[in-house]
Design a protein around this ligand. Structure first.
Ligand SMILES: [Mg+2]
Length: 243
């Protein structure tokens, strides 16, 4: 009986476009499958990183930015590293567990290496600001190891200092990068001198300065005018602050 109900719900989901079928055992499977194997996802990552590369080259040129004066900030998970394999292979039993990050099994996303190498070669700093919990045992080391084994260049990685909502607010960490003034409780691989940030990359609205689901829902399209110019967003239908 349960199978029949699930089957009916899946048919209903497909026919009228409900993204979440309440009662379905694996509500996330289409999002995870799309993220893990679709050609559309690969195309979008390359598209966004290619556009960003052109914008960054133009900005460095027009502002005559010198080495050490500027940089970019990227999120890690589902922006530069793809963590979808485990959920894709085990979707029936999958439950998110941040300790999975300690296995350092993320795979570099299309275009990510190209973009960070370009910034490095142009003389810019590459900073990662992640909400991986830097207080968790082995998390900092595993994250650095994963980025390195995937060939992702970086000058600095800054972590969340806990699991709480306040620790997930990236704005104080963005400010630290721009001012060069780091609070005592910040968890990071190393500090960098103050510099101008000319581009941000993320898969969550909160990866961008002063943006949240709530405040961005209230603005008109002009409030999103930085996207495609200085802010670059990737798709993540598998999890996020939109949930
Ligand atoms: Mg992310």
């Amino acid at each position: 009986m349960k199978k029949i109900i699930i089957g009916m719900l899946l048919v209903l989901q497909g026919s009228i476009g409900i993204s979440y079928a309440t009662g379905c055992d694996y509500p996330n499977i289409d999002g995870v499958k799309w993220y893990h194997i679709s050609d559309e996802k690969r195309a979008i990552y390359l598209e966004v990183y290619n556009i960003a590369a052109e914008k960054i080259k133009a900005e460095v040129e027009s502002q005559k930015l010198q080495k050490g004066q500027w940089g970019i900030i990227l999120d890690i998970d589902e922006t530069t590293l793809d963590n979808s394999l485990n959920e894709y292979e085990n979707y029936k039993t999958y439950e998110f567990n941040e300790d999975e990050y300690n296995k350092a099994k993320g795979v570099s996303l299309p275009g990510a290496k190209m973009l960070v190498n370009l910034v490095h070669n142009l003389g810019g700093y590459v900073s990662f600001v992640t909400n991986r919990n830097g207080e968790a045992k082995g998390r900092v080391e595993a994250t650095v190891k994963n980025l390195k084994q995937e060939g992702i260049y970086f000058d600095q990685v800054i972590f969340a200092n806990g699991e709480e909502k306040v620790a997930h607010n990236k704005n104080p960490r963005f400010k630290a990068i721009e001012t060069g003034k780091y609070l005592d409780d910040i968890i990071l691989t190393n500090k960098l001198p103050a510099h101008e940030v000319i581009a941000y990359f993320g898969d969550n609205i909160q990866d961008f300065p002063n943006m949240t689901q709530d405040n961005m829902r209230k603005v008109d399209d002009d409030g999103y005018s930085m996207f495609g110019k200085k802010y670059f967003m990737f798709p993540n239908p598998t999890y996020g602050s939109w949930q």
